[in-house]
Design a protein around this ligand. Structure first.
Ligand code: 6GU
Length: 221
């Protein structure tokens, strides 16, 4: 997979994809991530990317030209363009699975108070990562990219994400490791029994119990 990220703050991404799992996914050639400073595409003599809104009001609005030219320089037949914006549809694990099947993603980070409405026409999908406001789409792009890359074959063991929270609309079951007793807290007996059927039953029950307690909305779906 190839992921192109459009931003006016490329430095925000300097270290984010160079650690741990995402770094090794790139080294293995499973994903190629490119950060593009769309300011470089600005035709303005001062490389401006934003102007005050028509009709007045506070703040600055991203202008279409640099983003259009940057996207069009990258876009191919199999590209899928995503705009990160708080008024997009809310991102969910199911979408991470669907997007992990794409060959080429182009992520556009919105910024400042807003962007020119015509920029939306570039997007195949507009995504928000939740009901809170971030200073920019960069954080959302990082979240979306990370959640997709970890699902690509060969990045982590497949068993590891079959049991992820939110699969089958269930939260993850509780896990324990050594030692068997820590500060008087004991590991549940069944996990030490070696009975795989019982362990699977216990885990499913715990998943359901935890989901009922913490996220009953997931069970309603
Ligand atoms: Cl995609 N952008 C911004 N600025 N804020 C957000 C968001 C995106 N998703 C949730 N909050």
């Amino acid at each position: 997979m190839k992921i192109d990220i459009l931003t006016i703050f490329p430095n925000m991404f300097t270290n984010i994809f160079t650690e741990s799992i995402i770094s090794s996914a790139q080294k293995k050639g499973i994903v190629e991530i490119n950060i593009h400073d769309f300011r470089k595409f600005s035709n303005d003599p001062h490389h401006k990317v934003d102007f005050p809104p028509f009709g007045g009001g506070r703040g600055m609005v991203l202008t279409p030209q640099p983003i259009f030219d940057c996207v069009l320089s990258l876009k191919k037949e199999d590209s899928y363009v995503i705009l990160l914006t708080p008024d997009g549809i809310q991102y969910k694990q199911k979408m991470a699975y669907d997007l992990s099947k794409k060959k080429h993603l182009i992520l556009i980070c919105g910024h400042y108070e807003g962007f020119d409405e015509r920029i939306r026409t570039l997007a195949d999908l507009e995504l928000s990562i939740g009901d809170y406001v971030l200073t920019g789409g960069e954080y959302a792009a990082m979240v979306v990219a990370d959640s997709i890359i970890r699902l690509l074959p060969g990045v982590i063991k497949e068993e590891s994400h079959l049991n992820d929270s939110f699969n089958n609309n269930l939260l993850d079951y509780p896990e324990y490791t050594k030692p068997r007793v820590y500060n008087n807290m004991e590991v549940p007996e069944v996990l030490l029994s070696g009975d795989h059927k019982k362990i699977a039953e216990y885990r499913l029950n715990e998943s359901i119990k935890r989901t009922k307690e913490r996220r009953p909305d997931l069970l309603d779906r």
